[in-house]
Design a protein around this ligand. Structure first.
Ligand code: IPM
Ligand code: MN
Length: 378
């Protein structure tokens, strides 16, 4: 039996997670899997009512479970950063989910946003580092005396060549934020990317950075990439700058197999990746700790304006459920659901609003379940 922590979260979260759960339950029934869902109320509503975000006791409880299945976090009533940092990032960090795996796959039947690109052209993985870089949360905002002191500290500690001419006597404000990457933190994510390439028989790994400007942190990133890539024969490698890769995602997505990126750039390029596979309504994702507890959440956010309208596309969350089952070793159930989703998408009879149809969130979920029942996996 699997113990899954279920966090529907905010906005459309509850609606899409409801469909994800329904589909997983149908697959469980078919393949003799038993799942116990442990639901948690964390998110904006709960925070506004109780002041609680993600309590440590809950994390300790979840630690003994098999996975987390999460809808979305974010709400316009709460200042940006609070829910994101204290629920989502806290959980990723607590469980040291150092991989954020985001497949970019254009399924048949999904209106291709890129002209002349077909499903065989868009099928790759982005492996995003998930615990370091500019996400470590170290920084500050200062003015006045504190400002002057801090500037001195910064100069000394980081040898920052601050060139802006601050008027220290006036109350000018400064802010800074540090990006940090570590050698072991970089080794483990790059190793994962190469292992993934090997496992999937994908023979190219592309590294993303901005080593021409952020020379310290991405200089280290590059050195580690070279060190790890030397251990893998037969896999082609390349470096790209993050600005250039956004262009190549559009111009030549068929080039990519496995792309490995530091946290911040990985965040940005996977929204673009989601678009070229047909939109955020399709894009699945997983925060993985290969040795520990992982959390499965679609790339999209809580889309507050669509909340309660039953117009959200649950496919991203359903495919995220596929990643979860796959991770748990339930490969047949995972494959069956993916096949069912493929059928629904390619037939196009039941199609959500983002893909140009008018089916509701529940109708899409129901259709996936219907197709799932017809599928035979040996
Ligand atoms: C994502 C999101 C999060 C991130 C936010 C909500 C903290 O954009 O999962 O891509 O930046 O990682
Ligand atoms: Mn993002």
């Amino acid at each position: 039996m699997y113990n899954i922590a279920l966090i529907p979260g905010d906005g459309i979260g509850a609606e899409v997670i409801g469909e994800g759960r329904k589909v997983i339950e149908a697959a469980s029934c078919k393949f003799g899997i038993e799942i116990k869902w442990n639901e948690y109320p964390f998110g904006a509503e709960h925070y506004l009512k109780t002041g609680e975000l993600m309590p440590d006791v809950a994390l300790k409880e979840i630690k003994d479970m098999d996975a987390i299945y999460l809808g979305a976090i974010g709400d316009p009533r709460v200042k940006p950063g609070i829910l994101e940092k204290e629920i989502l990032l806290k959980t990723r960090f607590y469980f040291d989910q150092y991989i954020n795996l985001r497949p970019i796959k254009l399924y048949k039947g999904v209106p291709a946003p890129l002209k002349d690109k077909n499903p065989e052209d868009i099928n790759f993985y982005v492996v995003r580092e998930n615990t370091e870089d500019f996400y470590i949360g170290i920084g500050g905002r200062f003015k006045g005396r504190a400002h002057r002191d801090h500037l001195e500290v910064l100069r000394k500690l980081y040898k920052a060549k601050i060139q802006v001419d601050f008027n220290l006597e006036q109350e000018e404000e400064i802010a800074y934020q540090l990006g940090l990457i570590s050698k072991p933190g970089t080794q483990r994510v790059i190793k994962y990317a190469f292992e993934l390439a090997k496992k999937k028989n994908m023979k190219r790994v592309t590294s993303v950075d901005k080593a021409n400007v952020l020379t310290y942190i991405y200089g280290l990133w590059r050195d580690v990439f070279e060190e790890i890539s030397a251990q893998y024969e037969g896999i082609e490698t390349e470096f790209t700058f993050v600005d250039a890769i956004t262009m190549w995602f559009i111009r030549k997505p068929e080039w990519f197999r496995v792309v490995v990126a530091p946290n911040t750039f990985g965040d940005i390029i996977t929204d673009l990746g989601a678009m070229i596979q047909g939109g955020l309504g399709i894009a699945a994702g997983a925060n993985i700790n290969p040795e520990g507890l992982s959390m499965f959440e679609p790339i999209h956010g809580s889309a507050p304006k669509y909340k309660g309208k039953s117009v959200a596309n649950p496919v991203a969350t359903i495919l995220t459920g596929v990643m979860m089952l796959d991770h748990l070793g339930e490969t047949k159930a995972a494959q069956a659901i993916e096949n069912a989703v493929e059928k629904v998408l390619s037939e196009g009879k039941v199609r959500s609003h983002d893909l140009g149809g008018n089916s509701s969130t529940v109708e899409v979920g129901d259709e996936v379940v219907r197709k799932l029942k017809e599928i035979n996996i040996k």
